[in-house]
Design a protein around this ligand. Structure first.
Ligand SMILES: [Zn+2]
Length: 562
């Protein structure tokens, strides 16, 4: 009896000596991305941080009395996905609006719109996004440059203005009512840095490229401003919530937002302050904001709301997209030699913004797709940084590079922030636009960049593409096009490289590698549980990988129900 008493006392004593913990993942195939211990069976979490990573047999050291224990049954765990470049509220908006990303032909869009018009009040604006004429099975019956013409849509919607954003975000389709409100007619000239597409008779067809989009966005914005502030906030909050839920379902625990306005950042901050951000946000200030030192200092946030909101970057646009021939190339387009694309923000304005960014300790993230745009950005960055390689400035997309420029990124300390899924989704028509030689030498040259020592980041550019790190992973390791041929396969990445490009490399691209991107002691407890090991499953099974659960800061925020 006495011995028993002493024994239980001892047990109690030893238990109280053990560190109490909050969550334990056991029996897992845990891919840590830590160079020292790349694989583990268990992770121990205290509050929102990782306390221990190791073997099941080592768990004796912890007091697990109050811990949530998750038996992984051999399932694979990886660090939470970080999407290095996507558009948060556009994603939310697309989830709440007409989605045209999966339509097979223009007629499908027309019938979707017909339904929306029936539900709308006269005068309401109808918006949708995600159409891409190159992805349809056949071209619209009436088309100019492959783009649809407004007539079919204007007929079904005489009283409701319609805006349909192109998948690239660099063109819109509008109907006659929208053009009437915007004052666009046969006499309207295309603005600098944009184009109003017209037919042979000089009538606008309804497709507006680049800066010409503003002609319709301005009256649309005016309409939005007529909504009460409460109504506007309600809409944005719903979009934010939808985007966060969608992120969790896809295992994205940190979303790097490629451009939000200050009033949108106010909303993120309000959510973060109330502990209502379910994922972590890393936000670039939108290029259209007028900047001042005071505003940049006011909005600079690092890890606000318990590491849920960081604002320390500015977004700029140097050119447009390749699909609409807006990407600014050094040589003319192969399928339209009259144009080399164009610059959308005057270079001296980007240079001024670069100086603002440098002075205020912000990263600069400039959209540059064409080889000319990339070269101009490298030149400006080089001038403004003056040899300072510590700032981690980024070129977003870095999609088409001249051979002379590929090796300039690394010595300047500039990050190539790319989207591997763009390669496989746009690959079929890239050689049409720029010819085989330029496509092979400089399009999506991931290996060439890595081999020259460039830091690489990877995102989906959602809602341009699906917010699916798994699809992005598959694209990067295969470069397989929809017809299953490969797009210049010498540039594929290894599976380990791609996993890093979806986690730790993106943490680096936002100065967050000390707290995110790998499963190591002291880092935030952000994980994804996958249905299979993406490092070892056969290539043709990768896309079947499911996100089983998503854990952010030691809390299970999403669980697959099937
Ligand atoms: Zn983007």
């Amino acid at each position: 009896m006495k011995i028993l008493f002493i024994l239980s006392l001892l047990l109690l004593f030893s238990c109280s000596q053990k560190e109490p913990v909050d969550m334990i993942l056991v029996n897992g195939n845990i891919l840590t991305l830590s160079p020292q211990t790349p694989k583990a069976e268990t992770v121990v979490i205290k509050k929102d941080r990782i306390l221990f990573v190791g073997k099941n047999s080592e768990l004796k050291r912890f007091n697990i009395a109050n811990a949530k224990i998750i038996d992984l049954k051999g399932k694979t765990v990886i660090p939470g996905f970080i999407d290095a470049h996507a558009h948060l509220l556009s994603l939310g908006n697309s989830l709440k609006n007409i989605s045209l990303s999966r339509i097979k032909a223009w007629d499908d869009a027309v019938s979707l719109l017909e339904n929306a018009v029936k539900k709308a009040q006269p005068g309401d604006w109808i918006t949708g996004r995600g159409w891409h004429q190159e992805k349809w099975e056949s071209a619209p019956k009436q088309n100019i440059k492959g783009f649809p013409i407004h007539k079919s849509v204007s007929k079904i919607s005489p009283d409701n203005p319609i805006i349909l954003k192109h998948a690239s975000g660099h063109a819109i389709f509008v109907n006659a009512k929208a053009m009437q409100i915007a004052g666009i007619n046969s006499k309207t000239k295309s603005p600098a840095g944009g184009e109003i597409i017209k037919d042979k008779q000089g009538n606008p067809t309804g497709v507006l490229l680049e800066t010409a989009m503003d002609l319709v966005y301005q009256p649309y914005q005016k309409y939005l401003n007529t909504l009460s502030p409460g109504e506007q906030k309600r809409i944005k909050s719903a979009e934010l919530q939808a985007a966060m839920q969608h992120s969790l379902e896809n295992g994205v625990t940190t979303f790097s937002d490629a451009g939000s306005f200050f009033n949108e950042i106010d909303l993120f901050k309000e959510f973060a302050g109330q502990d209502k951000l379910d994922i972590r946000l890393w936000v670039m200030v939108s290029s259209e904001e007028s900047l001042s030192d005071a505003l940049l200092q006011k909005y600079k946030m690092i890890g606000f709301g318990n590491n849920h909101l960081t604002v320390r970057a500015i977004k700029q646009y140097a050119d447009g997209a390749l699909g609409s021939r807006g990407a600014w190339m050094l040589q003319p387009y192969s399928d339209m030699p009259s144009t080399s694309g164009f610059n959308v923000t005057p270079l001296d304005s980007i240079r001024r913004t670069a100086q603002f960014a440098y002075k205020n300790g912000y990263q600069l993230c400039t959209h540059a797709i064409g080889d000319r745009a990339n070269r101009e950005m490298l030149d400006i960055y080089q001038d403004v940084l003056k040899g300072d390689t510590s700032r981690r400035w980024r070129i977003e997309h870095a999609q088409h590079l001249s051979l002379d420029d590929i090796e300039r990124f690394a010595p300047l300390g500039i990050i190539a922030s790319m989207q591997t899924v763009h390669c496989t989704s746009d690959g079929p028509w890239v050689p049409v636009r720029i010819g085989n030689k330029r496509a092979e030498e400089g399009a999506y040259v991931w290996q060439k960049l890595l081999q020259s020592g460039t830091h690489f980041a990877n995102g989906t550019d959602c809602p341009v593409e699906q917010l699916s790190p798994i699809e992005n992973f598959y694209a990067a390791v295969t470069r397989r096009l929809p017809d299953s041929t490969q797009f210049y396969p010498r540039q594929v990445l290894s599976r380990e490289e791609v996993l890093k490009s979806l986690t730790i490399w993106n943490a680096y691209a936002g100065f967050e590698e000390d707290i995110k991107g790998s499963i190591e002691v002291g880092k935030l407890a952000d994980f994804v549980v996958l249905s299979q090991d993406i490092l070892t499953v056969p290539e043709n099974e990768i896309l079947k990988t499911k996100v089983l659960s998503t854990i952010v800061g030691g809390e299970v925020k999403y669980e697959d129900k099937d």
